[in-house]
Ligand binder design. Structure first.
Ligand SMILES: Nc1ncnc2c1ncn2[C@@H]1O[C@H](COP(=O)(O)OP(=O)(O)OP(=O)(O)O)[C@@H](O)[C@H]1O
Length: 315
C-alpha cells in the first residue's frame, strides 16, 4: 500500500535552543488507513525520550517521518530546526538512525561494512572503536549475513552512533539482545546523553524506558495516550494496595477506589491511598479478618501501559 501525502502542511517552527524535535498534529495515512492520527511530541535537547506503545500503534511510522524516510499526510515537524521532509540532506550528517530492521550488504564483513560507512558518513570515527564498543572485534572478518540477530543489532547500533551525532533515533535498539548486550547498549545510550546528545528510541521493554528515559510517550492506535516525565505520569495515576483474604469474608467495605477481586486476592486502585487503606484495615480489624501479603504501592509504568492498552486511559 502506498502512503498518501499532501506534502508538508506548513513551515516548521523556528529552531529553538532547547527543542530537538517538535511535532504538531502529525498525521500519516496508508491509503485509507490512518496509522498516525494527529500527534504532538516535544523532545528536548540532551534528553532520552522513549516512545512506547502497543503493536501497530504508529511508533515506527512516526520515527520514519522524523528521519525523513516517511512522508506525512498532515501536521508540522521540526527536527533540529529543520523539516525532515524537505531538509533530509542537511539533517543527515547531524542525525544517526537505527531502523527496526537494518539492511546490510551481505557480501561484506563487519569490518568492511564499517569501513564503507566511514566513507559514506561525514562524521569522523573509527571502525575499531565501534567494534570494540559493541563487542564485534572477534567478528570483524565474518560476513554480515553470518552474524546472529543480536550481533546484527549491535552492528546497526554502531552505525547509528557513528561519530556521536547530535541526534540519535533508535527503533527497538535492544530487541533480540541477551541481557548483558542489552545492558551494554543501555550504557552506550547513556554515554550519548552524557556527551550532550539527544536520543529518541522506541522499545517494548518498560524497564528499558524506566532505566533510560527522561520522558516518555505511550502511543495506542495512532494517538499519544500519555506523555510526560516518568515521575510525572506515575504521580498522576492512582496508587494501589492489595491483600489476600483468609477465605469467605462476606461483603468487602465500600471504598472510593476501584476494587478487583481474583479468588482470595483483592486489589484496590485509588486516588486516596491513605483513606481507602484506612477504611479497609478498619473493616478487617472490626471483623477479625486476618489479611496476608498486604502491599501498598504507587502506580508503575506497567500499570499505566495496561490502562492505555485496555482503554481505561483515553487519549
Ligand atoms: N507501508 C504500509 N502500508 C500499510 N500499512 C502500514 C504500512 N506501514 C505500517 N502500516 C500499518 O500502520 C500501523 C502502524 O505501524 P507501525 O509500524 O508504525 O507501528 P509500531 O507502533 O511501530 O508497531 P510495532 O510495535 O509492532 O513495531 C500498523 O497497523 C501497520 O500495519
Amino acid at each position: 500500500m502506498t502512503q498518501t501525502t499532501t506534502g508538508p502542511a506548513a513551515v516548521p517552527r523556528a529552531a529553538d535552543q532547547d527543542t530537538a524535535i517538535s511535532v504538531r498534529d502529525l498525521r500519516v495515512s496508508y491509503g485509507d488507513f490512518d496509522a498516525v492520527r494527529g500527534i504532538d511530541l516535544d523532545v528536548r535537547r540532551g534528553e532520552i525520550f522513549a516512545l512506547l506503545g502497543t503493536n501497530g500503534a504508529g511508533k515506527t511510522t512516526t520515527l520514519e517521518v522524523l528521519e525523513g524516510f516517511g512522508s506525512r499526510t498532515g501536521g508540522t515537524v521540526s527536527v533540529l530546526g529543520l523539516d525532515p521532509a524537505v531538509d533530509r540532506a542537511a539533517l543527515q550528517p547531524r542525525m544517526g538512525v537505527q531502523l527496526q530492521e537494518g539492511g546490510f550488504v551481505d557480501e561484506l564483513t563487519v569490518l568492511e561494512t564499517l569501513q564503507l560507512w566511514q566513507r559514506l558518513v561525514e562524521r569522523p570515527d573509527r571502525p575499531e572503536r565501534l567494534m570494540e564498543r559493541f563487542e564485534l572485534t572477534a567478528r570483524r572478518d565474518v560476513g554480515v549475513n553470518k552474524l546472529s540477530g543480536g550481533e546484527k543489532r549491535r552492528l546497526d547500533l554502531a552505525m547509528a552512533v557513528w561519530g556521536s551525532p547530535e541526534l540519535v533515533i533508535l527503533d527497538e535498539p535492544t530487541t533480540g539482545l541477551d541481557p548483558e548486550s542489552r545492558r551494554r547498549t543501555w550504557d552506550a545510550i547513556q554515554e550519548l546523553q552524557d556527551a550532550g546528545r539527544t536520543v529518541v528510541l522506541t522499545t517494548h521493554y518498560l524497564e528499558e524506558a524506566e532505566a533510560l528515559a527522561d520522558r516518555v510517550a505511550i502511543m495506542h492506535e495512532g494517538r499519544v495516550a500519555v506523555a510526560g516525565s516518568l515521575a510525572g505520569i506515575v504521580a498522576a495515576q492512582p496508587s494501589g494496595f492489595s491483600a489476600t483474604l483468609p477465605g469467605d469474608v462476606g461483603e468487602l467495605p465500600v471504598v472510593g477506589g476501584t476494587v478487583e477481586r481474583d479468588g482470595d486476592r483483592v486489589r484496590v486502585r485509588t486516588e486516596d491511598l491513605q483513606g481507602d487503606l484506612t477504611a479497609f484495615l478498619t473493616w478487617a480489624a472490626d471483623r477479625g479478618v486476618r489479611l496476608s501479603d498486604l502491599r501498598a504501592a504507587p502506580a508503575s509504568l506497567a500499570d499505566i501501559y495496561h490502562a492505555v492498552r485496555t482503554g481505561s486511559e483515553q487519549p
